[in-house]
Design a protein around this ligand. Sequence first.
Ligand code: 9N3
Length: 238
Amino acid sequence: ATQHHLWPQIEKVTQEQIHYARLGLGEGGWQLFAEDGEMKMYRREEEIDGLVVDPLKACHVVRGVTGHEMCHYFFSPQYRHEWEGTLEQMTVVENIAEDTLVFLQIHKRIWPASQRDALFWSHITQVPDQHDQDSHNIWVVVNHSTQHPQHPPKTGKYVRVALTVCLYCQTLVTPPANGAELTRENITCKITYCAVVNPGGWVPASALRAIYKREYPKFLKRFTNYVIDQTKNKPIYF
Ligand SMILES: CC(C)(C)c1cc(CCc2ccccn2)cc(-c2ccc(S(=O)(=O)CCO)cc2)c1
């Protein structure tokens, strides 16, 4: 089958985001702005044309869930209304492949900003561990804004945000005492969530930073708690 025209970009952006997620906080400039148990949220203050686009990097450790499960609930459209609190409408506008969808999302208005929508491709994939090529314990979802002929920005209705998001999840297993069956007590998911959301239209810097500071921790906490709840009585999905 001939390749979808977006495929080269999907491959390139996905590899870039995996590299970016693996960088950790090394190259500095990250400022811790929220902490909640194992969840630590960092941001960098960045503006493009006077627009606050503060990149976010969140590090979290969730016990009892695998990286594949975390990415499955993040990628799959059927669960999104249950964990994405800022969502008003969500449509899958294109099924590029089993592991690649195009979403149109209309988000609830977040005062004082005007209402926004987002059009992006979403790709889920498994990546080999960089230190241990034959272990396949890392799953990733990358979301990246795109254009679509049938869904141009609705002039005057919503401001279209531009976003790039990466949910990078590594599963760690502590083998149980000899012979005992593996249970959810023996697994941990190490998450790096990276997001850059360009608001697309002007929002006062102070207002937008206040929104980011409040909404991002809420978002990640709500999502990870949702997955813990959905998986706790189900067989482990590696
Ligand atoms: C405020 C902030 C938390 C940054 C925010 C505001 C808005 C609504 C649009 C918006 C943007 C800026 C200002 C006001 N409203 C959307 C998002 C957002 C969009 C997408 C994803 S995702 O990870 O791709 C999961 C799929 O939904 C995460 C977060 C974040």
